[in-house]
Structure formats: C-alpha cells, structure tokens
Design a protein around this ligand. Structure first.
Ligand SMILES: Cc1cc2nc3c(=O)[nH]c(=O)nc-3n(C[C@H](O)[C@H](O)[C@H](O)COP(=O)(O)OP(=O)(O)OC[C@H]3O[C@@H](n4cnc5c(N)ncnc54)[C@H](O)[C@@H]3O)c2cc1C
Ligand code: FES
Length: 286
C-alpha cells in the first residue's frame, strides 16, 4: 500500500466514487460487482497487484474489506465478489448497475508472483475463497504472463452445485488455457452434477499433485484451510512454498485502528498474504 494508494483529496480514509457497471449473480449469496471510478485519472492510476484488497463503502451505511478479484491485466474496471453475510454486504447486494459506491485502496501486500516465476502453481480454493485467488489465476493465465509460469492446477470446491463461484472460469475459460487443469468438487451429491463429490482436502490428496518446483496458494473457510495445509504437508510442500491469505477483521486498512493485528503484525499492512512459515511464527490466535 502507501505509494500507490488511490485515496481522495490526500485523505487516506476518504473513498473515491465509483459506478457499478455490471452485477453477476455467482450463487444465491455471492455477487460479482464490476465497477469503474467516476474520475478516469483515478481509474488509470489505481495500480493493484493480485491479492490486494480495497474498502468498499455504501454511502451512509459503512464499509467492508473486499479482495480485488479482477486481475490487474484486465484494465479499465475493478471486480469484487461479495458474499452476503451481514449489514453492509446485504445493502451492497441490493445495488444495481448505475449505483454509486465508494472505493479506497489498494491495501495490503500481494501474492508473491515475482518469486513464483518459472514455477508450477497449485491453487486450492473453497467457496468465496476463490475470489482473491482469481486475481492471481487470471494474472498468470493472461496471454502476456502465461509463459512466465509452468503448469497451473486449480482445485476448487463448494458445498453444493449452486455454491460454485466463477463457473465461467472453472468450466470454460481456465481449462482451455494451455498447461492448465481444473478439478472441481462439491460436498454433496446432486443429480445435475456429473463431477467429483467430496471435500477439497480429500480430493487434493486423491489428485496428489507433485510438490516439486511448485507453489501452493490456498484460500477458503478456516476449517478447509486447516485440512488443506495438512494435506499439502503430506504431499511434500515445504512451508515457504505454501501461501495463504487471511480474512481477519479489518477496518481502516492502513495500520491505524488496531482491529487486524496478530501479535506485532497488522494483517492490513503485513498481510493479508502470508506463507505458511510466516504464519507459524505468529501467535496462535490467527
Ligand atoms: C483481507 C480481507 C479480504 C476479504 N475479502 C472478501 C471478499 O473478497 N469477499 C467477501 O464477500 N468478503 C470478504 N471479506 C470479508 C468481508 O470484509 C466481510 O464479510 C464484510 O465486511 C461483512 O460486512 P457486513 O456489514 O455485511 O457484516 P456484519 O453485519 O458486520 O457482520 C456479519 C457477520 O460476519 C462477521 N464478520 C464481519 N466482518 C468479518 C470479517 N472481516 N471477517 C470475518 N467475519 C466477519 C461478523 O462477526 C458477523 O458474524 C474479506 C475480509 C478481509 C479482512
Ligand atoms: S485494519 Fe486498521 S490497523 Fe489494520
């Protein structure tokens, strides 16, 4: 954050206005909002990196931390996938194209895509946890970056067929890109689903992707992460090549309010992206 933060009038807590340009219903409780800053100069200068977040506000209602799910390689707009869980996200879900919101950011660190160059990548996501991973998946699979990375494997699961996010990427776009494999699973049987049924960590062990020359990047519900981390360890991934992103409560996003700290670390400044060896050095509260 810092240097490239797009904040209004030099006040880091003042959002810029943006207009919602499209709303995609991913599942019954997740919508993807595409939006464009009203000031073209702000749009032009908003330089996010995969894995960073922004604060999205609905005026008079408050704001929420949301991962930027669109890749920086897709220019001229930003996308955010939002799960309806409470007050602000319910109000956001009621907005339509043309409505105004506030956006400030980008905040936090990013997935270490520079050191991943030349490596194979294994993405493991669950539910809305695919949202932050999607920014990196679309970044490495973009035509201009594809040759910088090796094989890409995406293992993704959701509770049910209706809960699968980003079906277009999972079923159409990503599997058609060279050297890319997508494995999708749902927790329980559905007559309309011919694919795999079972939990993500067990499916991961079944697929048994090799760990050599590979980074694993994971995000999902805490219980899934716990078992995925243990599966990755069994598969031979060293801690420094396992990357995850935390969803601790954040408010200011700029290291001022103390809402997101774990020991001496602030998730909004030092995270939300951490390697497993960094996480193991943190106090157990995360
Ligand atoms: C780094 C980061 C990235 C995130 N990325 C996304 C994303 O891409 N998409 C998305 O839908 N959500 C994301 N979230 C979570 C999102 O910020 C919260 O779901 C949202 O702020 C809830 O706001 P609300 O007013 O609707 O809910 P509230 O009415 O405030 O709360 C509803 C319920 O959710 C709990 N809750 C609220 N905020 C959080 C939180 N941050 N973490 C855990 N529990 C919370 C509350 O305790 C309560 O139980 C992210 C959070 C962080 C910190
Ligand atoms: S969110 Fe305020 S200090 Fe991190």
């Amino acid at each position: 954050m810092g240097g490239n933060c797009a904040c209004a009038a030099g006040n880091p807590l003042m959002p810029h206005t943006a207009t919602i340009t499209s709303v995609t219903e991913e599942t019954g409780d997740v919508k993807t909002f595409q939006m464009v800053f009203d000031d073209p100069a702000v749009m032009e200068n908003f330089r996010q990196k995969p894995g960073q977040v922004a604060q999205i506000s609905v005026f008079g209602m408050g704001e929420s931390t949301i991962s930027i799910t669109s890749s920086p390689t897709r220019k001229g707009f930003l996308e955010f996938s939002v799960k309806r869980v409470g007050r602000l996200t319910t109000v956001l879900h009621n907005l339509e194209p043309g409505c105004k919101v506030g956006v400030r950011g980008p905040y936090g660190n990013h997935f270490p895509y520079e050191i991943m160059k030349g490596r194979d990548l294994l993405f493991v996501g669950g539910g809305i946890g695919l949202a932050p991973l999607r920014s990196l998946i679309d970044f490495v699979l973009a035509e201009e970056n594809r040759d910088d990375y090796g094989k890409v494997e995406i293992v993704y699961g959701a509770r049910s067929l209706d809960d699968l996010c980003f079906k277009n990427g999972l079923m159409k776009r990503w599997p058609n890109i060279k050297n890319t494999s997508v494995y999708t699973t749902i927790d329980r049987e559905d007559p309309a689903w011919q694919g795999h049924v079972g939990f993500v960590p067990a499916y991961l062990e079944e697929i048994a992707p090799g760990a050599d020359n590979k980074y694993a990047i994971t995000c999902g519900p805490p219980i899934m992460i716990k078992f995925v981390l243990s599966a990755l360890e069994k598969l031979g991934f060293p801690d420094h090549r396992v990357i995850t992103t935390l969803e601790m409560k954040m408010k200011c996003g700029i290291g001022k309010c103390g809402r997101c700290n774990i020991g001496s670390k602030f998730v909004c400044l030092d995270g939300p992206v951490f390697s497993l060896n960094q996480l193991k050095e943190l106090p157990p509260e995360f």
